[in-house]
Design a protein around this ligand. Structure first.
Ligand code: HEC
Ligand code: HEC
Length: 211
Protein backbone atom coordinates (compact mmCIF):
# COMPACT_ATOMS: atom_id res chain seq x y z
CA UNK A 1 0.00 0.00 0.00
CA UNK A 2 2.61 2.49 1.15
CA UNK A 3 4.81 1.53 -1.74
CA UNK A 4 2.12 2.14 -4.34
CA UNK A 5 1.22 5.49 -2.77
CA UNK A 6 4.85 6.53 -2.99
CA UNK A 7 4.88 5.41 -6.61
CA UNK A 8 1.79 7.47 -7.32
CA UNK A 9 3.36 10.58 -5.81
CA UNK A 10 6.55 9.99 -7.74
CA UNK A 11 4.58 9.63 -10.96
CA UNK A 12 2.52 12.75 -10.24
CA UNK A 13 5.59 14.89 -9.60
CA UNK A 14 7.20 13.61 -12.80
CA UNK A 15 4.10 14.61 -14.75
CA UNK A 16 4.10 18.07 -13.13
CA UNK A 17 7.79 18.56 -13.88
CA UNK A 18 7.18 17.66 -17.53
CA UNK A 19 4.21 20.01 -17.74
CA UNK A 20 6.33 22.87 -16.37
CA UNK A 21 9.04 22.13 -18.92
CA UNK A 22 6.45 22.19 -21.68
CA UNK A 23 5.15 25.55 -20.48
CA UNK A 24 8.64 27.03 -20.37
CA UNK A 25 9.46 26.03 -23.93
CA UNK A 26 6.08 26.99 -25.39
CA UNK A 27 6.52 29.40 -28.25
CA UNK A 28 5.06 32.88 -27.89
CA UNK A 29 3.74 34.26 -31.19
CA UNK A 30 3.35 37.77 -29.70
CA UNK A 31 7.09 37.91 -29.07
CA UNK A 32 7.65 36.43 -32.52
CA UNK A 33 5.62 39.26 -34.03
CA UNK A 34 8.15 41.77 -32.67
CA UNK A 35 11.01 39.89 -34.37
CA UNK A 36 8.98 39.70 -37.60
CA UNK A 37 8.18 43.43 -37.54
CA UNK A 38 11.74 44.47 -36.83
CA UNK A 39 13.77 42.06 -39.00
CA UNK A 40 11.81 39.80 -41.35
CA UNK A 41 9.35 42.46 -42.56
CA UNK A 42 11.69 43.78 -45.26
CA UNK A 43 11.58 40.55 -47.26
CA UNK A 44 8.76 38.31 -46.00
CA UNK A 45 6.24 40.96 -44.90
CA UNK A 46 5.33 41.36 -41.22
CA UNK A 47 2.56 38.77 -41.63
CA UNK A 48 4.58 36.39 -43.81
CA UNK A 49 2.97 37.45 -47.07
CA UNK A 50 5.98 38.36 -49.15
CA UNK A 51 5.81 40.87 -52.00
CA UNK A 52 8.40 39.30 -54.29
CA UNK A 53 8.84 35.77 -55.51
CA UNK A 54 12.51 35.50 -54.49
CA UNK A 55 11.38 35.61 -50.86
CA UNK A 56 9.04 32.76 -49.95
CA UNK A 57 5.70 33.28 -48.24
CA UNK A 58 5.88 32.16 -44.62
CA UNK A 59 2.25 32.80 -43.63
CA UNK A 60 0.44 29.59 -42.76
CA UNK A 61 3.60 27.50 -43.12
CA UNK A 62 3.95 24.48 -40.80
CA UNK A 63 5.40 25.77 -37.51
CA UNK A 64 8.00 23.04 -36.82
CA UNK A 65 9.10 23.26 -40.46
CA UNK A 66 9.79 27.03 -40.14
CA UNK A 67 11.72 26.44 -36.93
CA UNK A 68 13.76 23.63 -38.54
CA UNK A 69 14.70 25.84 -41.49
CA UNK A 70 15.87 28.63 -39.18
CA UNK A 71 18.04 26.16 -37.26
CA UNK A 72 19.34 24.77 -40.57
CA UNK A 73 20.31 28.25 -41.84
CA UNK A 74 22.51 28.73 -38.79
CA UNK A 75 26.09 27.53 -38.77
CA UNK A 76 26.75 26.01 -35.36
CA UNK A 77 29.64 24.31 -33.54
CA UNK A 78 32.06 25.19 -36.32
CA UNK A 79 30.05 23.14 -38.82
CA UNK A 80 28.66 24.71 -42.00
CA UNK A 81 24.92 25.43 -42.06
CA UNK A 82 22.75 22.49 -43.14
CA UNK A 83 20.87 24.82 -45.51
CA UNK A 84 23.24 27.17 -47.20
CA UNK A 85 21.85 30.64 -47.94
CA UNK A 86 23.99 33.72 -47.29
CA UNK A 87 21.01 36.07 -46.82
CA UNK A 88 19.21 33.90 -44.29
CA UNK A 89 22.48 33.00 -42.54
CA UNK A 90 22.85 36.69 -41.75
CA UNK A 91 19.28 36.91 -40.53
CA UNK A 92 19.43 34.01 -38.08
CA UNK A 93 22.91 34.76 -36.75
CA UNK A 94 21.55 37.08 -34.05
CA UNK A 95 18.47 35.02 -33.17
CA UNK A 96 18.29 32.86 -30.06
CA UNK A 97 16.61 29.47 -30.07
CA UNK A 98 13.66 31.07 -28.30
CA UNK A 99 13.43 33.85 -30.93
CA UNK A 100 13.32 31.19 -33.66
CA UNK A 101 10.54 29.27 -31.93
CA UNK A 102 8.55 32.44 -31.35
CA UNK A 103 8.85 33.80 -34.87
CA UNK A 104 7.96 30.36 -36.30
CA UNK A 105 4.80 30.36 -34.17
CA UNK A 106 3.96 33.89 -35.37
CA UNK A 107 4.28 33.20 -39.11
CA UNK A 108 2.55 29.81 -38.84
CA UNK A 109 -0.48 31.52 -37.29
CA UNK A 110 -0.83 34.09 -40.09
CA UNK A 111 -3.18 33.81 -43.04
CA UNK A 112 -1.65 33.24 -46.46
CA UNK A 113 -2.74 35.36 -49.40
CA UNK A 114 -1.89 32.71 -51.96
CA UNK A 115 -0.08 33.20 -55.23
CA UNK A 116 -2.16 32.59 -58.34
CA UNK A 117 -1.43 29.88 -60.88
CA UNK A 118 -1.19 31.85 -64.08
CA UNK A 119 0.03 29.43 -66.70
CA UNK A 120 -2.90 27.13 -67.48
CA UNK A 121 -0.91 25.12 -70.04
CA UNK A 122 1.19 23.61 -67.26
CA UNK A 123 -1.67 22.61 -64.97
CA UNK A 124 -2.49 19.16 -66.42
CA UNK A 125 1.05 17.81 -66.09
CA UNK A 126 1.48 19.47 -62.69
CA UNK A 127 -1.74 17.96 -61.42
CA UNK A 128 -0.77 14.49 -62.60
CA UNK A 129 2.60 14.67 -60.81
CA UNK A 130 0.96 16.05 -57.70
CA UNK A 131 -1.75 13.42 -57.47
CA UNK A 132 -0.14 10.33 -59.01
CA UNK A 133 3.56 10.97 -59.41
CA UNK A 134 5.21 9.17 -62.30
CA UNK A 135 5.31 5.44 -61.74
CA UNK A 136 7.68 4.73 -64.65
CA UNK A 137 10.25 7.23 -63.43
CA UNK A 138 9.80 6.26 -59.79
CA UNK A 139 8.47 9.68 -58.76
CA UNK A 140 5.98 9.43 -55.88
CA UNK A 141 2.90 11.65 -55.68
CA UNK A 142 3.68 14.98 -54.02
CA UNK A 143 0.28 14.76 -52.33
CA UNK A 144 1.49 11.78 -50.29
CA UNK A 145 3.76 13.99 -48.21
CA UNK A 146 2.61 17.56 -48.83
CA UNK A 147 -1.11 16.79 -48.54
CA UNK A 148 -3.81 16.53 -51.23
CA UNK A 149 -4.39 20.29 -51.11
CA UNK A 150 -0.75 21.16 -50.51
CA UNK A 151 -1.33 22.39 -46.95
CA UNK A 152 1.58 20.33 -45.67
CA UNK A 153 1.54 17.68 -42.96
CA UNK A 154 2.93 18.50 -39.51
CA UNK A 155 5.62 18.23 -38.42
CA UNK A 156 8.02 17.51 -41.30
CA UNK A 157 6.24 18.28 -44.53
CA UNK A 158 5.95 21.91 -45.60
CA UNK A 159 2.99 23.66 -47.14
CA UNK A 160 3.43 24.27 -50.87
CA UNK A 161 -0.07 25.53 -51.70
CA UNK A 162 -0.11 29.18 -52.69
CA UNK A 163 3.69 29.51 -52.68
CA UNK A 164 5.35 31.55 -55.47
CA UNK A 165 6.03 29.12 -58.34
CA UNK A 166 9.44 30.76 -58.88
CA UNK A 167 10.48 29.92 -55.31
CA UNK A 168 9.28 26.32 -55.61
CA UNK A 169 11.21 25.94 -58.89
CA UNK A 170 14.38 27.31 -57.27
CA UNK A 171 14.12 24.85 -54.38
CA UNK A 172 13.45 21.81 -56.59
CA UNK A 173 16.43 22.68 -58.78
CA UNK A 174 18.59 23.19 -55.68
CA UNK A 175 17.55 19.76 -54.34
CA UNK A 176 18.27 18.24 -57.76
CA UNK A 177 21.93 19.28 -57.70
CA UNK A 178 22.38 18.73 -53.92
CA UNK A 179 22.80 22.47 -53.40
CA UNK A 180 19.99 22.20 -50.84
CA UNK A 181 20.68 19.10 -48.81
CA UNK A 182 18.83 19.56 -45.52
CA UNK A 183 15.95 17.21 -46.37
CA UNK A 184 15.72 14.24 -43.99
CA UNK A 185 16.80 10.95 -45.58
CA UNK A 186 17.39 12.74 -48.92
CA UNK A 187 13.64 12.56 -49.49
CA UNK A 188 13.49 15.59 -51.78
CA UNK A 189 16.88 15.13 -53.42
CA UNK A 190 15.88 11.64 -54.56
CA UNK A 191 12.64 12.94 -56.06
CA UNK A 192 14.02 16.13 -57.64
CA UNK A 193 16.81 14.14 -59.32
CA UNK A 194 14.14 12.43 -61.43
CA UNK A 195 12.29 15.59 -62.50
CA UNK A 196 12.91 17.48 -65.75
CA UNK A 197 12.80 21.28 -65.98
CA UNK A 198 9.40 21.04 -67.66
CA UNK A 199 8.02 18.85 -64.87
CA UNK A 200 9.44 21.14 -62.19
CA UNK A 201 7.83 24.20 -63.79
CA UNK A 202 4.51 22.37 -64.15
CA UNK A 203 4.28 21.07 -60.59
CA UNK A 204 5.38 24.43 -59.14
CA UNK A 205 2.64 26.20 -61.11
CA UNK A 206 0.06 23.64 -59.99
CA UNK A 207 1.06 23.93 -56.32
CA UNK A 208 0.81 27.73 -56.49
CA UNK A 209 -2.83 27.39 -57.48
CA UNK A 210 -3.77 24.85 -54.79
CA UNK A 211 -6.04 26.07 -51.97
C1 HEC B 1 16.98 40.43 -46.93
C2 HEC B 1 15.83 39.58 -47.15
C3 HEC B 1 15.40 38.62 -46.05
C4 HEC B 1 15.13 38.91 -44.72
C5 HEC B 1 15.22 40.26 -44.02
C6 HEC B 1 14.68 37.66 -44.14
N1 HEC B 1 14.66 36.67 -45.08
FE1 HEC B 1 14.03 34.75 -44.80
N2 HEC B 1 14.48 34.30 -46.74
C7 HEC B 1 15.01 35.18 -47.66
C8 HEC B 1 15.30 34.48 -48.89
C9 HEC B 1 15.90 35.08 -50.16
C10 HEC B 1 14.92 33.12 -48.69
C11 HEC B 1 15.01 31.95 -49.69
C12 HEC B 1 16.31 31.23 -49.46
C13 HEC B 1 16.54 30.13 -50.47
O1 HEC B 1 16.32 30.35 -51.66
O2 HEC B 1 16.90 29.05 -50.05
C14 HEC B 1 14.41 33.05 -47.33
C15 HEC B 1 13.93 31.89 -46.74
C16 HEC B 1 13.41 31.81 -45.47
C17 HEC B 1 12.84 30.62 -44.87
C18 HEC B 1 12.68 29.27 -45.55
C19 HEC B 1 11.25 29.15 -46.04
C20 HEC B 1 10.92 27.82 -46.64
O3 HEC B 1 9.79 27.69 -47.14
O4 HEC B 1 11.74 26.90 -46.61
C21 HEC B 1 12.44 30.95 -43.60
C22 HEC B 1 11.80 30.04 -42.59
C23 HEC B 1 12.77 32.35 -43.40
N3 HEC B 1 13.35 32.85 -44.55
C24 HEC B 1 12.52 33.05 -42.23
C25 HEC B 1 12.91 34.36 -41.99
C26 HEC B 1 12.75 35.02 -40.72
C27 HEC B 1 12.13 34.41 -39.49
C28 HEC B 1 13.28 36.28 -40.87
C29 HEC B 1 13.39 37.36 -39.81
C30 HEC B 1 14.11 36.98 -38.61
C31 HEC B 1 13.76 36.40 -42.26
N4 HEC B 1 13.52 35.21 -42.89
C32 HEC B 1 14.34 37.52 -42.79
C33 HEC B 1 15.22 36.54 -47.45
C34 HEC B 1 15.11 37.21 -46.26
C1 HEC C 1 8.39 11.14 -49.16
C2 HEC C 1 7.85 12.43 -48.80
C3 HEC C 1 7.88 13.53 -49.85
C4 HEC C 1 7.34 13.48 -51.13
C5 HEC C 1 6.66 12.34 -51.83
C6 HEC C 1 7.55 14.82 -51.68
N1 HEC C 1 8.18 15.62 -50.76
FE1 HEC C 1 8.71 17.57 -51.01
N2 HEC C 1 9.50 17.65 -49.12
C7 HEC C 1 9.54 16.59 -48.25
C8 HEC C 1 10.18 17.02 -47.02
C9 HEC C 1 10.44 16.17 -45.78
C10 HEC C 1 10.54 18.38 -47.19
C11 HEC C 1 11.21 19.30 -46.15
C12 HEC C 1 12.71 19.22 -46.23
C13 HEC C 1 13.36 20.02 -45.10
O1 HEC C 1 13.16 19.67 -43.94
O2 HEC C 1 14.02 21.01 -45.40
C14 HEC C 1 10.09 18.74 -48.52
C15 HEC C 1 10.28 19.99 -49.08
C16 HEC C 1 9.88 20.35 -50.35
C17 HEC C 1 10.07 21.66 -50.94
C18 HEC C 1 10.70 22.86 -50.27
C19 HEC C 1 9.61 23.74 -49.68
C20 HEC C 1 10.09 25.04 -49.12
O3 HEC C 1 9.24 25.75 -48.55
O4 HEC C 1 11.27 25.38 -49.22
C21 HEC C 1 9.52 21.62 -52.19
C22 HEC C 1 9.46 22.74 -53.20
C23 HEC C 1 8.99 20.28 -52.40
N3 HEC C 1 9.23 19.53 -51.26
C24 HEC C 1 8.33 19.86 -53.54
C25 HEC C 1 7.83 18.57 -53.75
C26 HEC C 1 7.21 18.15 -54.99
C27 HEC C 1 6.94 19.04 -56.17
C28 HEC C 1 6.90 16.82 -54.85
C29 HEC C 1 6.29 15.86 -55.86
C30 HEC C 1 6.99 15.76 -57.13
C31 HEC C 1 7.33 16.44 -53.50
N4 HEC C 1 7.90 17.53 -52.88
C32 HEC C 1 7.18 15.18 -52.96
C33 HEC C 1 9.03 15.32 -48.48
C34 HEC C 1 8.41 14.88 -49.63
Amino acid sequence: MIRSAAMAILLATTVIAHAAEGAKSKADPAKGKIVAESICVACHGADGNSMTSANPHLAGQIEPYIYKQLVNFKAADGKPAARNNPIMAGMVAALTDEDMRNVAAWFASQKLTPAAATDESKIALGQRLWRQGDFKKGVPACAGCHGPAGAGIPAQYPRLAGQFPEYTVTQLKAFRVDERANDPESMMRTIAAKLSDVEIAAVAEYAAGLR
